[in-house]
Design a protein. Structure first.
Ligand SMILES: CC(C)(COP(=O)(O)OP(=O)(O)OC[C@H]1O[C@@H](n2cnc3c(N)ncnc32)[C@H](O)[C@@H]1OP(=O)(O)O)[C@@H](O)C(=O)NCCC(=O)NCCS
Length: 164
Protein backbone atom coordinates (compact mmCIF):
# COMPACT_ATOMS: atom_id res chain seq x y z
CA UNK A 1 0.00 0.00 0.00
CA UNK A 2 1.29 3.40 -0.92
CA UNK A 3 -0.06 6.93 -0.64
CA UNK A 4 -1.43 6.57 -4.19
CA UNK A 5 -3.69 3.70 -3.08
CA UNK A 6 -5.33 5.55 -0.22
CA UNK A 7 -8.40 6.84 -2.08
CA UNK A 8 -9.35 3.33 -3.17
CA UNK A 9 -8.47 1.84 0.22
CA UNK A 10 -10.54 4.42 2.03
CA UNK A 11 -13.51 3.82 -0.28
CA UNK A 12 -13.47 0.13 0.60
CA UNK A 13 -12.93 0.95 4.27
CA UNK A 14 -16.08 3.08 4.34
CA UNK A 15 -18.09 0.30 2.71
CA UNK A 16 -16.80 -2.36 5.11
CA UNK A 17 -17.16 -0.72 8.54
CA UNK A 18 -19.73 1.19 10.56
CA UNK A 19 -16.76 3.02 12.14
CA UNK A 20 -14.11 3.15 9.40
CA UNK A 21 -10.54 4.29 9.80
CA UNK A 22 -9.99 7.77 8.45
CA UNK A 23 -7.70 8.31 5.47
CA UNK A 24 -5.32 9.87 8.00
CA UNK A 25 -5.10 6.59 9.95
CA UNK A 26 -3.77 4.87 6.84
CA UNK A 27 -1.45 7.74 5.95
CA UNK A 28 -0.01 7.73 9.50
CA UNK A 29 0.55 3.97 9.33
CA UNK A 30 2.44 4.37 6.06
CA UNK A 31 4.45 7.27 7.46
CA UNK A 32 5.38 5.09 10.45
CA UNK A 33 6.66 2.41 8.09
CA UNK A 34 4.16 -0.20 9.26
CA UNK A 35 3.72 -3.14 6.94
CA UNK A 36 0.60 -2.40 4.87
CA UNK A 37 -0.32 -4.55 1.90
CA UNK A 38 -3.03 -4.79 -0.72
CA UNK A 39 -4.61 -7.93 -2.05
CA UNK A 40 -5.27 -7.37 -5.76
CA UNK A 41 -7.12 -9.53 -8.24
CA UNK A 42 -7.93 -9.55 -11.94
CA UNK A 43 -11.32 -8.24 -13.02
CA UNK A 44 -13.53 -10.95 -14.53
CA UNK A 45 -14.63 -10.45 -18.17
CA UNK A 46 -17.47 -7.92 -18.15
CA UNK A 47 -16.86 -6.97 -14.53
CA UNK A 48 -16.49 -3.29 -13.67
CA UNK A 49 -14.34 -3.30 -10.58
CA UNK A 50 -15.14 -0.83 -7.83
CA UNK A 51 -13.15 1.06 -6.84
CA UNK A 52 -11.43 1.13 -10.23
CA UNK A 53 -7.66 1.11 -10.20
CA UNK A 54 -5.58 2.66 -12.95
CA UNK A 55 -4.08 -0.76 -13.72
CA UNK A 56 -7.57 -2.28 -14.09
CA UNK A 57 -7.10 -4.63 -11.16
CA UNK A 58 -9.58 -5.14 -8.36
CA UNK A 59 -8.83 -4.18 -4.77
CA UNK A 60 -9.95 -7.32 -2.93
CA UNK A 61 -8.65 -6.33 0.49
CA UNK A 62 -5.78 -5.05 2.58
CA UNK A 63 -4.10 -5.32 5.92
CA UNK A 64 -2.04 -3.07 8.15
CA UNK A 65 0.17 -4.40 10.95
CA UNK A 66 2.55 -3.00 13.54
CA UNK A 67 5.70 -4.89 14.47
CA UNK A 68 6.69 -5.06 18.14
CA UNK A 69 9.57 -6.69 19.99
CA UNK A 70 8.53 -10.30 19.66
CA UNK A 71 5.03 -9.81 18.35
CA UNK A 72 3.16 -8.32 15.41
CA UNK A 73 -0.05 -6.43 16.07
CA UNK A 74 -2.72 -6.67 13.37
CA UNK A 75 -4.27 -3.20 13.16
CA UNK A 76 -6.62 -3.59 10.21
CA UNK A 77 -7.68 -6.47 7.97
CA UNK A 78 -10.46 -5.85 5.50
CA UNK A 79 -11.97 -7.68 2.56
CA UNK A 80 -14.17 -5.63 0.20
CA UNK A 81 -17.81 -6.51 0.91
CA UNK A 82 -18.38 -7.83 -2.63
CA UNK A 83 -15.40 -10.19 -2.25
CA UNK A 84 -16.10 -11.67 1.16
CA UNK A 85 -16.53 -15.37 2.03
CA UNK A 86 -14.05 -16.55 -0.59
CA UNK A 87 -11.15 -17.24 1.75
CA UNK A 88 -9.33 -13.94 1.16
CA UNK A 89 -9.04 -13.01 4.84
CA UNK A 90 -7.60 -16.40 5.67
CA UNK A 91 -5.20 -16.00 2.75
CA UNK A 92 -4.03 -12.62 4.09
CA UNK A 93 -3.64 -14.05 7.60
CA UNK A 94 -1.47 -16.83 6.13
CA UNK A 95 0.72 -14.22 4.46
CA UNK A 96 0.93 -12.15 7.64
CA UNK A 97 1.78 -15.17 9.78
CA UNK A 98 4.52 -16.21 7.35
CA UNK A 99 5.97 -12.70 7.24
CA UNK A 100 5.80 -12.42 11.05
CA UNK A 101 7.60 -15.70 11.53
CA UNK A 102 10.26 -14.38 9.18
CA UNK A 103 10.62 -11.40 11.52
CA UNK A 104 11.10 -13.89 14.39
CA UNK A 105 7.87 -12.75 16.00
CA UNK A 106 6.35 -15.23 18.42
CA UNK A 107 2.86 -13.80 18.59
CA UNK A 108 0.20 -12.16 16.49
CA UNK A 109 -2.07 -9.84 18.47
CA UNK A 110 -5.29 -8.06 17.59
CA UNK A 111 -8.39 -6.42 18.99
CA UNK A 112 -11.84 -7.00 17.58
CA UNK A 113 -15.22 -5.48 18.38
CA UNK A 114 -17.21 -7.79 20.61
CA UNK A 115 -20.16 -7.53 18.17
CA UNK A 116 -18.08 -8.40 15.07
CA UNK A 117 -19.18 -12.01 14.71
CA UNK A 118 -17.64 -12.61 11.24
CA UNK A 119 -14.21 -11.43 12.33
CA UNK A 120 -14.33 -13.24 15.67
CA UNK A 121 -15.27 -16.42 13.87
CA UNK A 122 -12.44 -15.93 11.37
CA UNK A 123 -9.83 -15.44 14.10
CA UNK A 124 -11.13 -18.24 16.29
CA UNK A 125 -11.14 -20.70 13.41
CA UNK A 126 -7.66 -19.56 12.45
CA UNK A 127 -6.39 -20.47 15.92
CA UNK A 128 -6.41 -17.17 17.81
CA UNK A 129 -7.26 -17.39 21.51
CA UNK A 130 -9.15 -14.78 23.47
CA UNK A 131 -6.73 -13.39 26.04
CA UNK A 132 -8.53 -10.33 27.37
CA UNK A 133 -11.22 -7.72 27.10
CA UNK A 134 -10.78 -3.96 26.85
CA UNK A 135 -13.96 -2.45 28.21
CA UNK A 136 -15.58 0.38 26.22
CA UNK A 137 -12.61 0.50 23.85
CA UNK A 138 -14.40 1.39 20.62
CA UNK A 139 -16.90 4.15 19.85
CA UNK A 140 -20.29 2.67 18.99
CA UNK A 141 -23.12 4.98 18.03
CA UNK A 142 -24.08 8.14 19.84
CA UNK A 143 -22.27 8.41 23.17
CA UNK A 144 -21.89 4.66 23.32
CA UNK A 145 -18.84 2.46 23.58
CA UNK A 146 -18.15 -1.16 22.79
CA UNK A 147 -15.74 -3.70 24.30
CA UNK A 148 -12.73 -4.97 22.39
CA UNK A 149 -11.89 -8.63 22.58
CA UNK A 150 -8.11 -9.08 22.67
CA UNK A 151 -6.86 -12.17 20.84
CA UNK A 152 -3.47 -13.68 20.24
CA UNK A 153 -2.00 -16.43 18.10
CA UNK A 154 1.15 -18.26 19.08
CA UNK A 155 3.29 -18.39 15.93
CA UNK A 156 5.83 -20.76 17.42
CA UNK A 157 3.56 -23.48 18.75
CA UNK A 158 0.97 -25.01 16.47
CA UNK A 159 2.64 -24.26 13.13
CA UNK A 160 0.49 -21.21 12.29
CA UNK A 161 1.58 -19.64 9.05
CA UNK A 162 3.18 -22.78 7.69
CA UNK A 163 2.16 -23.82 4.19
CA UNK A 164 -0.87 -26.13 4.23
C1 LIG B 1 -13.97 -10.33 8.75
C2 LIG B 1 -13.55 -10.35 7.28
C3 LIG B 1 -12.14 -9.77 7.16
C4 LIG B 1 -13.57 -11.80 6.77
O1 LIG B 1 -13.12 -11.79 5.41
P1 LIG B 1 -13.49 -12.95 4.39
O2 LIG B 1 -12.53 -12.90 3.26
O3 LIG B 1 -14.94 -12.89 4.07
O4 LIG B 1 -13.22 -14.25 5.27
P2 LIG B 1 -12.86 -15.70 4.69
O5 LIG B 1 -13.65 -15.95 3.46
O6 LIG B 1 -11.38 -15.86 4.64
O7 LIG B 1 -13.49 -16.60 5.84
C5 LIG B 1 -12.71 -17.39 6.73
C6 LIG B 1 -13.59 -17.83 7.89
O8 LIG B 1 -14.00 -16.69 8.65
C7 LIG B 1 -15.34 -16.90 9.15
N1 LIG B 1 -16.24 -15.92 8.56
C8 LIG B 1 -15.94 -15.01 7.59
N2 LIG B 1 -17.03 -14.26 7.33
C9 LIG B 1 -18.00 -14.70 8.14
C10 LIG B 1 -19.37 -14.34 8.32
N3 LIG B 1 -19.93 -13.35 7.61
N4 LIG B 1 -20.10 -14.99 9.25
C11 LIG B 1 -19.56 -15.99 9.98
N5 LIG B 1 -18.27 -16.42 9.84
C12 LIG B 1 -17.52 -15.77 8.93
C13 LIG B 1 -15.74 -18.30 8.71
O9 LIG B 1 -15.31 -19.18 9.74
C14 LIG B 1 -14.89 -18.47 7.46
O10 LIG B 1 -14.65 -19.79 7.12
P3 LIG B 1 -15.70 -20.55 6.15
O11 LIG B 1 -16.00 -19.64 5.00
O12 LIG B 1 -14.96 -21.80 5.78
O13 LIG B 1 -16.93 -20.79 7.00
C15 LIG B 1 -14.56 -9.56 6.40
O14 LIG B 1 -15.88 -9.95 6.76
C16 LIG B 1 -14.44 -8.06 6.55
O15 LIG B 1 -13.61 -7.42 5.90
N6 LIG B 1 -15.29 -7.48 7.40
C17 LIG B 1 -15.32 -6.02 7.59
C18 LIG B 1 -14.04 -5.53 8.20
C19 LIG B 1 -13.72 -6.22 9.51
O16 LIG B 1 -14.59 -6.42 10.35
N7 LIG B 1 -12.44 -6.57 9.69
C20 LIG B 1 -11.96 -7.17 10.90
C21 LIG B 1 -11.72 -6.11 11.93
S1 LIG B 1 -11.10 -6.80 13.45
Amino acid sequence: MTEADLDAVHEVEKLAYTHPWSRRHFADSLASGYPAVLLLGEALPGETPHPRRADGRVLLGYLVAMPGVDEVHLLNITVAPSQQRQGWARFMLDALALWSRGQRAQWLWLEVRASNAPARSLYQRYGFQQVGLRRAYYPAGQLQREDAVVMSLNLVAGGAGEPR
